[in-house]
Design a protein around this ligand. Sequence first.
Ligand code: ADP
Length: 161
Amino acid sequence: MKAVISGSFDPVTRGHVDIIRRAWRLFDQVVVGVAVNSSKNGIFSMEERVELVEAAVEGMSSVSVAPVDGLLVDFCAEQGADVIVRGLRFGGDFDYELQMAHMNKAMSGIETVLLPAGREYGTISSSIIRSAASNGGDVGEFVPEAVSEALRHRFGDASQT
Ligand code: ADP
C-alpha cells in the first residue's frame, strides 16, 4: 500500500518525523506531500520546506518528498496512493481532520488513516515553532537538526546573545 502524508511542514517538526517514521513502517511506500502554505506568517519557501523534509527522512528508503500544487486528492491520484495519513494531536485537530477526511473521501473515494501523535510530540506545532524561533527562542529540542540550523540562519542564534 502507498500512503501520502500531507502538510505544509513550515517547518517540519519532530512530531511530523515521528508520524512519517511510523507510516514508513506501516506502508510499502510513503510520499510526503508538501503543500503551499496559506498561513500569512510562513517562514520557508516551498523549495526550502521540501529540502528540510528530505533531510529529515534521510535513511527511510521508501519515503519520497514532492510538492503539492492544487487538490490533495488529485496529487494522490497522480501518485497512485491508496490512503492519506495524517497525525492527530488534540481536540481541534480531530474536528478539522474529520472534515478533511470526509471531504477527500467524497471527492475521490480515498480513505484517511489518522495516527495519534506520539506522547512526546502532541503539543508541538509548526506555528508555535515559528513563533518561538522568530523571537529568538531555541527550539532545537522539537525540530530535526537541519531545521534548527535553518532557523538559526534565518533568525540568529539565541545561545550567542
Ligand atoms: P497543515 O497546515 O495541513 O495542518 P501541518 O504541517 O501543520 O499541515 O501538519 C501536517 C500533518 O501533521 C497534520 O495531520 C497534523 O495534524 C500533523 N501534525 C502536526 N504536528 C504534529 C505533531 N507534533 N505530532 C503529530 N502530528 C502532527
